[in-house]
Design a protein around this ligand. Structure first.
Ligand SMILES: NC(=O)CC[C@H](N)C(=O)O
Length: 317
């Protein structure tokens, strides 16, 4: 096994390419593991033999391997960006409407909402993301345009867009999200029309991006809130630290403990098989492989991140 370097921050560019190449080879041996999300046809039709990995350094350098330029549905990865926008809009006030605790429950769970009076456990469960969506709708003139501009600026890719077919299918099959949103509304923790909030949520889930776009898009969380793609201070250094903490404790739902155990990085997953991860002060990372484990996280994506932190010594632990 490769020994972690004495100081992971001294990893050379060549080492990084080597490591990504090795991970790509290892993952390819395991293609077929995991189950592709099948609640909508556009996700069910994605081939399982796909794996991409990319990392973006604050100086702009990108390293990548595998299908790192193939676009996919980012789904719940989008919750990181909508949380950032909601915090920008109302700051500390957000924490009156959503909590900061891990849930130990699936991403679409309803159970805690009743006990906790319509206050979602964290911004990364669907319930919490609906609060971010509501805040964005209330505070930005054109919520959709704001989100698109945000994603394009963070990724440095003006072609980033949404997929109408995915958004429509989400809407047609989103019975549980409808229930979650109405439940929150019944406790008075939602200001906008329930359908408008859901439509914005389905739209954010339908964003299509590739691993390189996503690795660049989380670079601000690795660089004290500064986005190198656009030279914009997206959030404060404290804001970035806080978002990373939430990703660590809740970004992979009821597998957050396992992620800390095996990966050791703040991360956010989506049922399209994408995961973003952050090595604080070092890099933004993204992996994609559509086969999911039973918790709805990319099975081979998690394996790849595990191998990455072990080979580089870059786990925060
Ligand atoms: N974990 C996810 O990626 C969930 C997103 C999915 N669109 C849903 O709302 O159920």
């Amino acid at each position: 096994m490769r020994k972690p370097p004495h100081n992971p921050h001294d990893l050379g560019r060549h080492d990084l390419d080597d490591i990504l190449g090795t991970i790509d080879e290892e993952v390819r041996q395991r293609f077929g593991e995991g189950k592709v999300a099948d609640y909508i046809p556009s996700l069910a039709d994605v081939p399982r033999d796909r794996f991409g990995i990319a990392l973006a350094l604050p100086d702009g350098a990108v390293h990548e391997a595998g299908h790192s330029r193939e676009r996919f549905s980012i789904q719940s990865v989008s919750k990181v960006y909508t949380l950032t926008l909601a915090l920008e809009a109302i700051g500390e006030e957000l924490w009156k409407r959503v909590d900061r605790e891990p849930s130990g429950d699936p991403f679409n769970s309803l159970v805690q909402l009743e006990y906790e009076k319509g206050i979602p456990r964290n911004p990364f469960m669907n319930a919490g993301a609906l609060i971010s969506a509501d805040v964005i709708l209330s505070n930005f003139e054109d919520a959709e345009a704001t989100l698109l501009a945000f994603m394009r600026a963070r990724s440095g890719n003006p072609d980033v867009g949404t997929d109408e077919v995915v958004a429509r299918s989400e809407r047609e099959s989103g019975y549980r999200n409808v229930a979650v949103a109405n439940f929150i509304r019944s406790f008075g923790n939602m200001d906008n029309d329930v359908q408008d909030v859901l439509d914005f949520y389905y739209l954010q889930c339908s964003l299509r991006m590739d691993c390189v776009d996503l690795a660049r898009s989380v670079r601000y969380l690795a660089d004290a809130g500064h986005c190198a793609s656009s030279d914009v201070q997206v959030t404060t250094a404290e804001g970035a630290t806080r978002i990373n903490s939430l990703m660590m404790t809740a970004g992979t739902y009821d597998a957050a403990g396992d992620f800390a155990f095996y990966v050791g990085l703040p991360a956010k997953s989506g049922v399209g098989g994408g995961i973003v991860a952050v090595v604080p002060h070092v890099m933004g990372l993204s992996v994609w492989s559509p086969g999911l484990d039973e918790k709805g996280n990319s099975l081979l994506g998690r394996y790849a991140l595990h191998r990455f932190t072990r080979m580089t010594g870059l786990s925060v632990f």
